[in-house]
Design a protein around this ligand. Structure first.
Ligand code: S3P
Length: 169
């Protein structure tokens, strides 16, 4: 099974994903890292060269490669995939995730993401393009509707969140 982690920037998708993969002895893919490897450019460089649309096109291609390839899953049957904060927004991505993944929404409060993301805008171009509060509010329903499971993570450490996800499989 592909376990896909979604949520806003700073919700802990990558750190929880790493913990969960270790717990399940499964491979781990961070979609942003996969995109960077595929493009040979950092995320800010991709945004600068081809805009958000260019980045989103690469993201859709990368998602299809990662979850459309049956060999991605190991003998144990699991692959842990940390999505980007905007991945589930494109309907074709949401459809692919719905048909191939168990999707877990790592829900955080706006205060938590503001605290975690302060000073992080260099690596996260969306933070420079949009008001964080508006972006957060505009995406909340999309994360929830893509999710099979929602975990409120504000007071939990990554290892605890990973443990809860693993226990619910
Ligand atoms: C984005 C989130 C980023 C990355 C890109 C766009 C977004 O991933 O995919 O900068 O639109 O929320 P993280 O959520 O891992 O920071």
């Amino acid at each position: 099974m592909v376990i896909a982690l979604t949520g806003f920037m700073g919700s802990g998708k990558s750190s929880v994903g790493r913990e969960l993969a270790t717990l399940l002895s499964s491979p781990f893919i961070d979609l942003d890292d996969y995109i960077v490897g595929k493009a040979g450019m950092s995320i800010p460089e991709i945004f600068a060269a081809s805009g958000e649309e260019g980045f989103r096109a690469l993201e859709t291609e990368a998602l299809a490669e990662v979850i459309g390839t049956p060999s991605s899953a190991t003998a144990s049957g699991h692959l842990v995939l940390s999505l980007g904060g905007g991945t589930i927004l494109r309907p074709e991505n949401a459809a692919l995730i719905a048909s191939h993944c168990r999707c877990v929404f790592l829900r955080t409060s706006l205060e938590t993401v503001r605290r975690r993301l302060s000073g992080e805008s260099a690596g996260r171009p969306m933070l420079r393009r949009a008001d964080i509060g508006e972006l957060f509010a505009s995406r909340a329903a999309a994360y929830a509707s893509a999710a099979d499971v929602i975990i409120d993570t504000d007071s939990l450490a990554p290892a605890d969140i990973a443990g809860r996800i693993a226990a619910g499989l």
